[in-house]
Structure formats: C-alpha cells, structure tokens
Design a protein around this ligand. Structure first.
Ligand code: GAP
Length: 476
C-alpha cells in the first residue's frame, strides 16, 4: 500500500510549502513554534474547509427531507463517555524506545515494518524484529494503553468531580439528543441526524501533515433505521458517500473501499467499510461507514435511565433503532483535495499545450513551468479573479471593480491589478481559481471581457452580463 517514500515526501513537501506560502495551512501559532498535531487554516484554507463543509451540509442535510442537523456542545457530562465506552476504552497501544525514548503507536510501527501487531484478548504484543525507526534499537517496551481523551475541569475547583473531556467524536452529542430531535422534528424512521464539529484526540503520533491531528473536524451522520435493515442501509450509504467524494473532485480511481473483516468488528457492529484515498503517503482512511446496531442508544438508555425506544406511528411497533454511521474527517478530505489538486506542469508559451512537469528535468524550449491547483470549481476557495488590463487607466479599473463587486456578492473573488497579465494568471493558478476575467480597451466599447479557464487555459470573449450565469453553471 505504501508508496516510494522519497517521491511521497517530495510531493508532500512541495504541497505543504505551497500551502504555507499561499495561505492555506500554517502550523498553529507559528511565531511560538507551534504544537505538534495542531494546525491553523489561513485565508484560503479556511475558505476551502468551509466549502467542503457547505457542500456536505447541502448534500446531506439541505436536500434530504429525512436528515436534520444538530450542533451539540464539545464538553458534555462525563457520563456520556462512560456510556459510549470511551472512558477506560478509548486508547491506543503505544510503545516507547528504551534507548532514545521516542514513543510510537504500536500498530503503525508494526505496519511500517510489514508486520501486524499481535492482539491477545485485551492485550497487545509486538511481533519479533520490530525496531525503533529513529535509533534502530531493538529495545522497545511492551505495548501499553495510552488514553486518547483530552481532560479538563469545569468550574473553579480542579478535583475529580469537576473532570470533563473534550469530545473525541461528534457522534455522542447526536445520540444524547436523540429523544429531543425525535420529539421536535417530526421525523420518522428511517431518518438521520447530522453534525459538523471539532473533535479532539491526544494522538500518540500526529503525522502526515494534517492527516492525523490532535484537533480536527468531523462530519458525522447517525442514520436511524429499523432493526434488520442494517445491511441495505449500509450499502446505500457507501454508494452515496463514494458519489459525494466524486462530486467534490476526487476521481473514482483514487478512492478505495476498505471492508473490515467480521473478526475485527466491535461485538455490536455488523459491518464497517472505510472510504480511503490514494494519498502520496499511501492509501488512507477518509471516512468510516459503520453499521453499529443499537449499541449507542441502548447504552445511553442504560446510563441515563431514559428510554430510547422509538414507537412507529403506523404499526405501533416499539424498538430501539439501529444506526448506520457515515463518519468523515473534514481535515482529511481537505488534505485529499489539496493532494489531488496539486499539479506541476509545463505549459507552452504560445497556444495552450500542457505537459506534466518531469521532476529534475529542464523546462523544454518554448514552455514555462506552472503550478496549478485543479480544485473542482465547487470547492475552489476563490471562484474568479478580476483584472483591469492596466492599473493606470481609470475606465478599465472602474469597470473591473464593478464586475468584481457584483460577483463578490455571490462568491469569494479576488481583484488584482498588479503585474503582467500572465503573472496574474499564474498567481491564480497556484491557488486554484477556476476563472480569470480581464477588462481591456475593447471591453469599454462592447461590454465584453476575456474569460480564461484555469485548466484548459482557453480564453474567450464573453458579454459581461453573461459571466454570472457561466460561472453558476460551472460551480453548481
Ligand atoms: N464516530 C466514529 C468515529 O469517530 P473514527 O474512524 O474514529 O470514527 C471518523 O473517525 C473520521 O474522523 C475518520 O475517518 C477521519 O476522517 C477523522 N479522524 C479521526 N481521527 C482523526 C485525527 N486524529 N486527525 C484527523 N482526522 C481524524
């Protein structure tokens, strides 16, 4: 599964350098040196993430009559986490190198060395031959459970009664509000509750840029169903979610289904399939789709003492609903979209011929290099850039500003009057702007502009009053 490390790390270095240079992603509190596993999204990155979340919310909540939204608190009563099994049960086995003191997630360490971590009941053991990748020592501790929950205190007294946890998933907020949503939304099974929000895990080994972070965002659906319909709804959601990833620009060929074998499923689950993406550092999970039976609602009924029964209004049948849970990570999707969009090309100085750049080779005669982020227009942070041909000609500037002001009412746009037009195009290519609009002297005569498309680099004259419709068709 893993790819050649060198080309993967070169690609990730080039991408992370662009992300920093152009304002997609910064290490958190950069001036203080950051903290491992925490990231800040800059002007373009925050818009990119917003577009991903908006697309998900639109496609999941807005257009589905039987899915409603929720925005629950990050801190909930600790009893929630006892019911869910997170307290005492949400841990990763970790090992320490006795020599250099580095700490690793045991399963990742084994996987990287082509082996499987050995599980015996609730305990874990390292297979023979595992070494510390940093210092090559064979002296590693036995795997020990490492609690992934971030702890805090609520109120002024820091004692056991005030302990609370930052949620490690958004899902439990949904289960804890199941009764209130049923009684206020008039939903009937099958129906879903969807939520987007921050989650926190004290990961042993944050890595692969933003892929495994300690603070991240999830987009989760709990889809409540009648017992016995689990398999068909599980299949339904796998298909829906794969189609959604394509709709935000990830090609089908880069998406994979990782079906969990029955023997590795939690005792209450009947199926779990991960949707994985072909990252430069290997095929890795974007979303898990699990058929979890009625485990969560039953546990909350037990721990809260409140019934979680649902009564079918037609048949009067009473049951605890089962659930299928498509659970995705916003940051991982953003990273997949960034990886997929990033292209280094050689483009002809005359005409629109494009060649993929060959690393380490010289740009051929008559070509120049460009880096382009080929985001789906729906997801691109900036949808259009507007340029006056010359910045010192007020009629051109006024017309460009008017177009910019009117498009900005609908989409994030960018106004740029500095430098040669070719350089302005390159700057927009590098941040993935699908359209560039140039106002020139002909525009003043005939109310047309040059519309240039990012990927084909085709340019055409378009009447100003048609631009909005053209863009709307491409962005939808
Ligand atoms: N409620 C189920 C649940 O939380 P999960 O597989 O642990 O399941 C769901 O997490 C998704 O959340 C993952 O597929 C991934 O996209 C994202 N995720 C989990 N841990 C993450 C981390 N440390 N950093 C970034 N994203 C993470």
């Amino acid at each position: 599964m893993a790819k050649a490390k060198d080309s993967a790390s070169t690609t990730m270095e080039a991408l992370s350098s662009l992300c920093k240079r152009r304002g997609f992603i910064f290490q958190t509190s950069d001036i203080y040196g950051g903290i491992n596993g925490f990231w800040d999204y800059g002007p373009l990155g925050s818009q990119l993430k917003k577009n991903i979340k908006d697309a998900w919310w639109h496609d999941v909540v807005q257009v589905n009559e039987n899915i409603v939204g929720l925005d629950s608190a990050i801190i909930m009563p600790p009893r929630v986490w006892e019911a869910s099994g997170h307290i005492g049960g949400f841990s990763d086995p970790m090992v320490d190198c006795k020599s250099c003191k580095k700490r690793y997630k045991a399963d990742n360490l084994c996987e990287e060395q082509g082996q499987d971590l050995i599980q015996e009941g609730k305990t874990f053991r390292l297979p023979e031959g595992i070494i510390c990748p940093a210092c090559k020592s064979k002296e590693l501790t036995e795997p020990r459970a490492f609690d992934l929950m971030f702890k805090t205190y609520v109120g002024p007294v820091e004692d056991d009664s005030a302990v609370a946890y930052l949620r490690p998933e958004t899902a439990q907020g949904i289960f804890a509000q199941f009764n209130n949503v049923v009684s206020t939304s008039r939903q009937k099974i099958p129906f879903g509750i969807a939520q987007i929000g921050k989650a926190f895990r004290n990961e042993i080994n944050p890595r692969n840029y933003t892929f495994r972070s300690r603070e991240f965002e999830q987009m989760e659906i709990e889809f409540f169903i009648e017992p016995g319909t689990d398999a068909e709804w599980h299949e339904y959601w796998i298909k829906q979610r794969l189609a959604w990833y394509e709709s935000v620009g990830l090609p089908a060929s880069s998406l994979h289904q990782d079906i969990h074998p029955q023997e590795k499923l939690a005792h209450y689950a009947s199926a779990c399939t991960d949707i994985a993406y072909d990252f430069p550092f290997g095929v890795q999970e974007l979303e898990g789709i699990a058929a979890r039976g009625n485990f969560d609602l039953s546990r909350h009924a037990e721990y809260s003492g409140k019934s979680m029964d649902y009564v079918d209004p037609v048949t009067n049948k009473r049951f605890v609903p089962h659930v299928v849970e498509p659970s995705a990570g916003v940051d991982r999707i953003a990273l997949a979209i960034l990886c997929n969009a990033y292209k280094e090309q050689w483009v002809a100085k005359e005409g629109n011929a494009v060649l993929p750049a060959e690393p380490g080779k010289q740009v051929p005669e008559g070509y120049e290099a460009r880096t382009v982020m080929q985001f789906a227009p729906r997801i691109a942070p900036i949808k259009a850039a507007v340029f006056p041909l010359l910045k010192n000609k007020p009629p051109l500037v006024d017309m460009a500003r008017n177009i910019f002001n009117s498009l900005q009412q609908y989409w994030p746009c960018f106004y740029d009057q500095t430098g040669a037009i070719g350089r302005r195009y390159r700057r927009q290519d590098e941040i993935g702007t699908p359209f560039c609009i140039t106002v020139d002297f002909d525009s003043l005569e005939d109310n047309t502009v040059t519309l240039r498309e990012r990927d084909s680099m085709q340019q055409e004259r378009v009447p100003i009053d048609e631009i909005e419709a053209r863009m709307r068709a491409a962005i939808a």
